[in-house]
Design a protein around this ligand. Structure first.
Ligand code: NAP
Length: 241
């Protein structure tokens, strides 16, 4: 069995990626933080399509929790390993820099960068040994260009881009690819509070993207055909930028 771990797969983009990778033939590990009902719904949707999935809750901002969950998974799956990792879980805590609390700064940074560090560090050795692996980090156009009101989020997503580029060079010879996907505005719970009618006037494509469109890109990056693409940041933003 080929296993794919998708962090933040209970809702939004992560859910669409989990469903798509299950259609591609992966047994999907659905990570989430607290919304068990939504995670169960993702699992049920995958199983209804004949796919395989299991729940793997942990808080990506908590290194010890990540280590404990993945070590327990390893022990229950002797001889198997995770060959696809999608670092997708993320949060927004927007506000102008002059008003930004230390808590909002650290929460966004921790969720993105601690999550990347601990999850990737745990699954990478098995990928390297197997001479095959796919890591996709979900960044944002905010991390590419910077957006006002998102100094914390832009910093965290830019950190993910730097990590993607550096790690890709470390493991390319071992046939492990590492890429970042940078979405623009995608219709999910995360963007539900935004003024879509107003914002879509700034998007050349004239609309928000769909989680399934991001999932299709991630699916390609995880495929055998994408073996020669590594260290890239691929924007999926309807022409913004
Ligand atoms: P979403 O609808 O808000 O869903 C967030 C997901 O992340 C949920 O599954 C949530 O789990 C999980 N999560 C949040 N904090 C977590 C934590 N500490 N530990 C584990 N899981 C956690 O978000 P989305 O719009 O799908 O965004 C997914 C990713 O795409 C994020 O990294 C986001 O920054 C990025 N992105 C989104 C957009 C956009 O326009 N939507 C644009 C660019 C980039 P629970 O259900 O348990 O809370």
């Amino acid at each position: 069995m080929k296993y794919a771990l998708v962090t933040g797969a209970s809702r939004g983009i992560g859910r669409a990626i989990a469903e798509r990778l299950a259609k591609d033939g992966y047994a999907v590990l659905i990570n989430y933080h607290s919304n068990t009902e939504a995670a169960e719904a993702t699992k049920a949707a995958i199983e209804a399509n004949g796919g395989q999935a299991e729940l793997l809750p942990f808080d990506v901002s908590d290194g010890k929790a990540i280590e404990a969950a993945l070590t327990t998974w390893d022990a229950a799956h002797e001889g198997e390993h995770i060959s696809v990792l999608v670092n997708n879980a993320g949060v927004r805590r927007d506000g102008l820099m002059v008003f930004m609390s230390e808590e909002d700064w650290h929460e966004v940074m921790r969720t993105t960068t601690e999550g990347f560090y601990h999850t990737t560090k745990h699954v990478l050795p098995a990928m390297v040994r197997a001479r095959h692996g796919r890591i996709v980090n979900i960044s944002s156009i905010s991390g590419v260009s910077g957006l006002p009101g998102q100094v914390n989020y832009s910093a965290a997503k830019a950190a993910l881009i730097g990590a993607t580029k550096a790690l890709s060079k470390e493991v390319a010879a071992r046939k492990v690819t590492v890429n970042a996907v940078a979405p623009g505005f995608i219709a999910t719970d995360m963007t539900a509070d935004l003024d879509e009618a107003e914002l879509k006037k700034t998007i050349p494509a004239g609309r928000f993207g769909k989680p399934e469109e991001v999932a299709a890109l991630v699916s390609f990056l995880c495929s055998d055909e994408a073996a020669y693409i590594t260290g890239q940041v691929i924007e999926i933003a309807g022409g913004i930028g």
